[in-house]
Design a binder for this molecule. Structure first.
Ligand code: IVH
Length: 668
């Protein structure tokens, strides 16, 4: 190899090491050392070198996380060591019995217990050979699982190579793959926007995501993973479970959070009860706590039954499920005219929250579940989302239950409804049905769309009912004076609402595209379409074929976009919005000193309006965000900042004053 190649090879290796290090800082330790921009530059350099020298691509290169073609099916793999499940208990006395058994079998020696959170996801086993991730497998039946390596590789907190300083090299590590509640909510919202069936709970969503045959789809799902066992190691095993966890953490994986060690079962019980009341405070669903004997020697002496280890037990929290009576089914009309049945329930307390309504998704869900009005039903509350009706308790029927039929007329405007043959959903055919108009407005103003603060359902009800607003473009003609006649609107809030509407004129094109509420176009699809076509004009002239070429856009989405943009009413609306100064092109954000930087404002600025500040940032190549996210770089705190400031502080974001911001603009 000549010198040039040798130095390229070295640089590639160095970049892989560097990026993996920064991945760990960002995704595992939540403590980034460099900005997103600097990170992107490293990645860009590596991709360029790899493109020119494909022979230098390393198996653990971060560019190779999403690789391989979609599979036809997963192959079955046998686990190195059987994946046992945990015995359960539900009361302090049952846990005391477990403690009694452990102490009896160990013959009166001192016992230490480790307590971990039981995250409600699905078990996963990672196999590393010579430090490199070679396999990720689901639990399956405990002996044989499915090979989901290509999807596991897309989870950025899972290192493709173990840190050598951990001493681990060829080893099997077990843990849980899950979706944080926020990611689950977002995913479900995107699915609903795109007309897809929502997942019932974060666990199902995680399972569905890790079992995606196309790794590109899995890569888009905000999966996380934490690890709680070293199940095999070709080197020496640590002496205790806590040492195992420390070694796993050293190797670069996320480990079970909130671990505590106790010498008595009463200490364990106190700890568990303190968590039971805080279970909703963490950003993922926990269904209990796991208690494990700490000494690995003790674990070996205790052994296992055919199904469960004798040295560990799960203390399950009460399920977030209850039965109650289905009193009625009412119909809501969505922005695309979809008639959504909602279950009206006899109020019931589920895990501390009173539930009196639950979603039923659509007509065919009701048929599939075989629900009748008057049924006793099992209701689940998961992931802090709208509760779901799981199933009817058929055994409890009295014969007085009534079948449910979807109305043939829209309950809001009385127009005809129809249901396309290939669809689960029935819709109201009247595009100016007030219920649809209201929902479209609500969607337009929502956080991921135009992010217009201060416009909620009650204001929308009033502006539509009083004919102040008939479509989203009418919003821009609102004045504080017109709003002030409405109920509950004070002078200050009227001005605030109008300012917020004004500020939304500067939103990026992709947000506007999403905000239009085109069926099947969720946030991600809108972003991809905007990136591919760059402007409304070229999108308008794109054929279904052109549209389908965009990643993630299938035939159904493409036809839906085409249909929307062909509709004369929509064309007129887009033209009006353009006339109002809303952006119909992707902003040229790639140049200027703020390139790659995302700013966020909270509170009032003294020296300029928000709009002016937004324009300055965009003109310098930056982006203005609407909420605190991973990509937020700077949060500019003006006078009386809002809740965004708290959130930004909690996330360790860089907070700057208006003065500092002005200096940056001048410097730039
Ligand atoms: S230990 C041999 N620890 O709960 C014991 N499991 O049946 C292996 N889980 O299949 C499991 N959090 O998927 C363990 N901190 C934790 C856990 C945990 C969640 C899951 C795991 C297991 C199931 C229990």
């Amino acid at each position: 190899m000549n010198d040039g190649n040798e130095s390229t090879r070295k640089r590639v290796k160095e970049l892989v090491r560097l990026i993996s290090h920064h991945d760990r800082k960002y995704y595992v330790e939540d403590d980034p050392e460099i900005s997103d921009y600097e990170y992107d530059m490293l990645l860009k350099e590596l991709s360029a070198l790899e493109a020119d020298n494909p022979e230098l691509i390393l198996p653990d290169s971060p560019t190779q996380r999403v690789s391989g073609r979609p599979l036809d099916e997963f192959s079955q793999v046998e686990h190195m060591v059987s994946m046992l499940s945990l015995d359960n208990c539900f009361s302090p006395d049952e846990l005391r019995e477990f403690d009694g058994r452990v102490r009896k079998w160990l013959g009166g020696v001192g016992v230490e217990y480790v307590v971990e959170l039981k995250i409600d996801g699905l078990g996963i086993a990672l196999l590393y050979q010579d430090g490199v991730l070679v396999r990720g497998a689901t639990r399956g039946d405990g002996r044989v699982g499915e090979d989901v390596t290509s999807n596991v590789r897309t989870i950025r907190s899972i290192p493709l190579r173990l840190a050598p300083s951990s001493g681990l090299s060829s080893t099997e590590i077990r843990g849980e793959v899950y979706l944080p509640v926020e990611g689950f909510r977002r995913l479900n919202k995107e699915r609903e926007d795109a007309g897809l069936q929502a997942f019932a709970n974060p666990r199902n969503a995680a399972a569905g995501s890790i079992r995606q045959l196309d790794p590109r789809v899995a890569a888009e799902r905000p999966l996380e993973a934490t690890f709680y066992a070293l199940s095999y190691n070709d080197g020496p095993m640590p002496d205790t479970h806590t040492d195992c966890l420390e070694t796993i953490a050293k190797a670069g994986l996320k480990t079970s959070p909130a671990i505590r060690v106790f010498k008595t079962i009463e200490g364990v019980l106190d700890h568990i009860s303190s968590w039971e009341s805080r279970r909703d405070d963490v950003e993922y669903e926990i269904d209990g706590m796991v208690v494990k004997v700490n000494s690995i020697d003790h674990q070996r002496r205790l052994g296992s039954t055919a199904k469960n280890p004798r040295w560990a037990i799960a203390y399950k929290f009460p399920a977030k499920q209850m039965t109650t009576r289905l009193l009625d089914i009412r119909i809501q009309v969505g922005r695309t005219g979809a008639l959504t049945p909602v279950a009206i329930l006899e109020p019931v307390d589920i895990g501390g929250v009173t539930v009196s309504r639950a979603t039923l998704h659509n007509e065919s869900e009701i048929v599939r579940k075989g629900l009748m009005i008057g049924d006793r039903v099992l209701v689940e509350r998961a992931g802090d989302v709208i509760p779901q009706v799981v199933k009817p308790i058929v055994e409890a029927r009295t014969g007085k239950e009534l079948p449910f039929e979807m109305p043939k007329l829209c309950p809001e405007c009385g127009s005809r409804t129809s249901r396309a043959e290939d669809e689960a959903v029935r819709r109201c055919d009247n595009a100016s049905c007030p219920a649809q108009v209201k929902e479209r407005l609500l969607h337009f103003c929502s956080r991921d769309a135009m992010d217009i603060e201060g416009i909620g359902p009650s204001l929308i009800d009033q502006i539509v009912d009083t004919a102040l607003v008939r479509d989203v473009a009418d919003l821009y003609a609102l004045t504080p004076e017109r709003l002030m006649g409405l109920e509950g609107i004070a002078q200050k809030s009227a001005k605030g609402v109008v300012d917020a509407i004004e500020a939304s004129r500067a939103r990026e094109f992709e947000r506007l595209l999403f905000a239009l509420g085109i069926r099947h176009v969720g946030f991600t699809t809108a972003r991809d379409l905007a990136a591919a076509f760059k402007s409304m004009n070229s999108l308008m002239s794109a054929s279904v074929d052109d549209l389908s070429k965009v990643h993630g856009v299938g035939g159904i989405v493409a036809s839906s976009v085409r249909r929307f943009l062909e509709n004369p009413a929509n064309v007129a609306l887009v033209q009006r919005l353009e006339g109002l100064g809303l952006s119909m092109v992707v902003s040229a954000r790639k140049t200027g000193p703020f390139e790659g930087k995302t700013f966020l404002f909270t509170g009032e600025l003294k020296s300029m309006t928000r709009q002016e500040a937004n324009d300055r940032i965009v003109s310098l190549g930056g982006v203005v965000g609407a909420s605190v996210t991973k990509s937020t770089d700077y949060v500019v705190a003006g006078d009386s900042p809002g809740s965004k400031l708290q959130k930004a502080k909690k996330k360790g974001k860089r907070i700057i004053s208006e003065e500092e911001f002005l200096k940056m603009i001048e410097g730039g």
